[in-house]
Design a protein around this ligand. Structure first.
Ligand SMILES: Cc1ncc(COP(=O)(O)O)c(C=O)c1O
Length: 439
């Protein structure tokens, strides 16, 4: 090429949650009878959930009878959908006072996350939680061309935010201008207390920062926990971006429909200009997926939504307790039951993993392939474990190191619908971990 096409920033784009599926595909090529048990992806549909009938009925009715659903929508989103989102945000925090101009729809929250970081000026950073959902950490690093900067969440304290570490990182890195809070959290399942969120807001005030609150799981909370909306905690004091979508609580991840809410934008000219930049960026994309936006005003207001949500949270609570019980009974492994979202991240005790551990792999081709993969330089010990687990049992987990965690471990989803399948999967996982650690 006349100029090199190699972009060094591409190395920041990592999404281990799905990258491990490529390893599973390679195993399948070598052993066609190999079956995967996907505990890695937070997709309710592949774990046996069905989109509620009323959603399907709304969709069919719109597709058959409303020609408008087949067209483009406003670049920032259908006005009726933005009006509903603004109304919902005002319900969460009555003084929010949002209107349609404070909302931008995107093709899933994943796309909205990309828009948000790409619009930041050069050198301006948003500190990420660790462990971190890779779309945030990777896209923030990609946009800035530098490794992500993170604050620790502590597995010994229910994965709560280490506020001292957060403040020390803010002091150490003057380029930090925003704090990302994912609550309820992916990958840890933690739900933050009002006091923790208040302390984060105090840090934002002290150091003149904005806050980015990813609340896509805010309705999925159980074990008696309460979700505190960041907008209410901020209470008009700090510029804030709230991120939500319909992938998780409806559940309709294939809709690719998420949105950003700008709160308190007018209090700071810089932040207001940044928000306008994100809107402009969306203008160039023409607009996001129309069909789900036409349904958004009805999805959460339908009388069947609340019973669906309550049944979902009951199941997630039951699964969280069952899975955490099994994982915590394994010597060398600890985990916190999820209180929100649908993930549990377990950690291996320091020192229990080493690079000679293995699990039996009957197929010689598969064994040779896995041995070659785990010999690659720099492979994290928990990824090594995840590869052997995959080849031995078919169970796909995401290594904790793929969430940029300093604690080796793995994330699983708590989405299994079928209790028998869940018991089988986690009994198999437990036996495999015990065998791997003892090998
Ligand atoms: C914390 C978090 N934010 C954003 C997303 C992206 O959601 P979407 O399906 O709307 O792109 C996910 C998906 O797993 C998530 O866990």
């Amino acid at each position: 090429m006349r100029n090199s096409l190699l972009n060094p920033k591409l190395s920041y784009l990592q999404y281990g949650i799905r990258e491990i599926v490529l390893i599973a595909d390679q195993i399948k090529q070598r052993n066609p009878s190999f079956t995967m048990i996907p505990e890695n992806i937070g997709d309710p549909i592949i774990k046996g959930w069905t989109t509620p009938q009323y959603v399907k009925d709304l969709l069919c009715d719109a597709a058959r009878n409303k020609d408008m659903v087949w067209g483009y929508v406003h670049s920032r989103g259908l006005e009726a959908a933005r009006a509903w989102v603004a109304q919902d945000a005002n319900r969460c925090y009555p003084k929010a006072n949002l209107d349609v101009d404070d909302i931008v729809f995107a093709n899933g929250l994943g796309a909205a996350i990309g828009l948000t970081y790409v619009a930041l000026p050069e050198g301006v950073r948003v500190i990420q939680p660790s462990p971190s959902y890779p779309t945030h950490a990777s896209l923030e690093a990609f946009a800035s061309g530098k490794e992500s900067i993170s604050y620790n969440c502590d597995p010994k304290h229910g994965w709560q935010v280490d506020l001292e570490h957060l403040e020390s990182q803010i002091q150490k890195h003057p380029e930090i201008t925003g704090i990302l809070v994912v609550n309820p959290n992916n990958p840890t399942g933690a739900v933050y207390s009002r006091e923790t969120l208040e302390r984060i807001v105090e840090l934002a005030l002290k150091y003149n920062l904005f806050i980015l609150a990813d609340e896509i799981y805010y309705r999925l909370v159980y074990h008696g926990k309460v979700h505190h909306h960041m907008s209410a905690v901020v209470d008009g004091r700090v510029p804030l971006i709230v991120m939500r979508g319909i992938s998780k609580d409806i559940p309709w991840p294939g809709s690719r429909c998420g949105w950003i809410e700008f709160h308190n934008a007018k209090m700071n000219a810089d932040f207001a200009a940044y928000a306008e930049g994100i809107k402009k960026r969306m203008l160039l994309e023409v607009g996001a997926t129309a069909m789900p936006q036409h349904l958004v005003p009805y999805l959460y207001e339908h009388p069947d939504f609340q019973p669906h949500l309550e049944a979902t949270n009951r199941k997630l609570e039951e699964n969280s307790t069952a899975i955490a019980g099994i994982l915590n009974s394994i010597p060398g492994v600890t985990c916190n039951p999820a209180n929100g979202a649908f993930y549990i991240t377990s950690v291996f005790e320091p020192g229990v993993l080493h690079d000679r551990q293995t699990l039996p792999i009957a197929n010689a081709d598969v064994r040779a392939f896995i041995e070659q993969e785990v010999r690659k330089p720099g492979i994290a010990p928990d990824k090594r474990f995840a590869y052997y687990l995959l080849a031995n049992t078919g169970i796909v987990v995401t290594p904790a190191s793929d969430f940029f965690s300093p604690h080796y471990g793995f994330r699983v989803t708590t989405l299994d619908r079928d209790p028998k399948k869940l018991q089988f999967t986690y009994a198999t996982l437990k036996a495999a971990i015990e065998a791997y650690l003892a090998s």
